[in-house]
Design a protein around this ligand. Structure first.
Ligand SMILES: Nc1ncnc2c1ncn2[C@@H]1O[C@H](COP(=O)(O)OP(=O)(O)O)[C@@H](O)[C@H]1O
Ligand SMILES: O=C(O)C[C@@H](O)[C@H](O)C(=O)COP(=O)(O)O
Length: 332
């Protein structure tokens, strides 16, 4: 098992911090974006997607973020409110910043890519004045994602949130969420990711994301167990390494490891898997489930979301996941 102390008297279960953006998913798929003519608009941004997924599963959620002072910003806040996510500390940028856009391309179910417009985005204008200790200490857990570390003042806001969380016994969960186009260099990314991950109780990332973080430590390269052990020397209780369609593996500080399988699904697009997996895995942890059960729930959520067009809109309820699992073919 694992030792995560979710303080049950807290009024919120999970507070996300970071990117609130818009996904524009091509309506014409199985072709390159150059040959598409229309897109469907959804709320996006990895931490937003994970928080939306957690809320849809029934967790009491909030979000610390900044949106543009325009129709897209209002669309995002309205959607969060509609999904029972507290937006009392979502602030509105007054500098003329815009909403980050993620254009998604579905060339084939296995060949998907994201074209991100990230210049002068409102989410990276989040600053320390937007981070409230009183808000954070009312939550059992804080979810941070790596991309919010990509630029100041968002970077400082996240580190302040991490400090408030540690000071007030808030469990910190980090989804690595590495988006190269948001950073100046992999080296810069690795430095800030490592500094943040040292403060986290649960770290979730793909093998490639951990490899980026460990680029200065060649002997860690591609060794899941060594990767996990590094973080147990800091605050980590659980390290999850995702391997796409091959599944995932989780390590706990007490020396256990668990291989997570996948579920057979009709893949429309591959992105969204990680956010769905994280939201359902976190739900399992917050309900005291053992790691294998939480991983299985995460995999089921991922299988559902990658069979659908969106990420946030597609995040399933608990009943939808339970129903899927009762009929699905598990692949170990
Ligand atoms: N093709 C697939 N079929 C079924 N499950 C999948 C597939 N791809 C990913 N998953 C599930 O989603 C999880 C996260 O996917 P992954 O691609 O590793 O993360 P990310 O989306 O963050 O890159 C995997 O560990 C697996 O459980
Ligand atoms: O995080 C973004 O800005 C893009 C997301 O909104 C998009 O849905 C996506 O890429 C999800 O990524 P994944 O779940 O990590 O595959």
């Amino acid at each position: 098992m694992y030792n995560l102390n979710f303080k049950q008297e807290r009024s919120l279960d999970l507070v996300g911090i970071g990117r609130l953006c818009i996904d524009l998913n091509a309506d014409q798929f199985n072709r390159p974006m150059e040959e598409t003519s229309s897109f469907s608009k959804y709320v996006g941004g990895s931490p937003a997607n994970i928080t939306i997924g957690a809320s849809r599963l029934g967790l009491k959620t909030g979000f610390i973020g900044k949106v543009a002072d325009d129709q897209m910003g209002r669309f995002i806040v309205h959607y969060l409110n509609k999904n029972d996510i507290d937006t009392s500390v979502v602030s509105v940028d007054q500098t003329g910043a815009v909403t980050g856009l993620a254009f998604t391309e579905i060339k084939s179910p296995e060949d998907c890519s994201i074209l991100m417009y990230r210049d002068n985005v409102a989410d990276l204008k989040l600053d320390t004045s937007n981070v409230s200790e009183d808000y954070i200490k009312q939550s059992k857990a804080l979810l941070v994602s790596g991309t919010a570390l990509a630029a100041s003042p968002s970077r400082e806001a996240v580190f302040l949130a991490l400090d408030y969380a540690r000071k007030n016994g808030v469990v910190v969960i980090m989804d690595l969420d590495y988006r190269p186009y948001t950073w100046k260099s992999p080296q810069e990314t690795a430095v800030y990711y490592n500094l943040a991950a040292e403060k986290c109780d649960v770290i979730i990332g793909t093998r490639e994301e951990f490899d980026m973080m460990e680029q200065f430590e060649k002997d860690f390269q591609k060794d899941d167990q060594k990767t996990a052990q590094k973080w147990f020397d800091y605050h980590a209780e659980i390290v999850v390494i995702k391997h796409g369609s091959e599944g995932s593996i989780a390590y706990t500080k007490n020396g256990e490891s668990h291989k997570g399988g996948t579920f057979k699904t009709k893949v429309l697009k591959t992105f969204g898997a990680g956010d769905a997996y994280a939201s359902a895995f976190i739900f399992g942890l917050m309900n005291g489930w053992d790691i294998p059960k939480a991983m299985e729930f995460g995999s089921a959520s991922a299988a559902i979301v990658i069979s659908k067009h969106s990420c946030s809109d597609a995040m399933p309820t608990k009943n939808e996941i339970d129903e899927f699992m009762s009929e699905a073919v598990a692949i170990d």
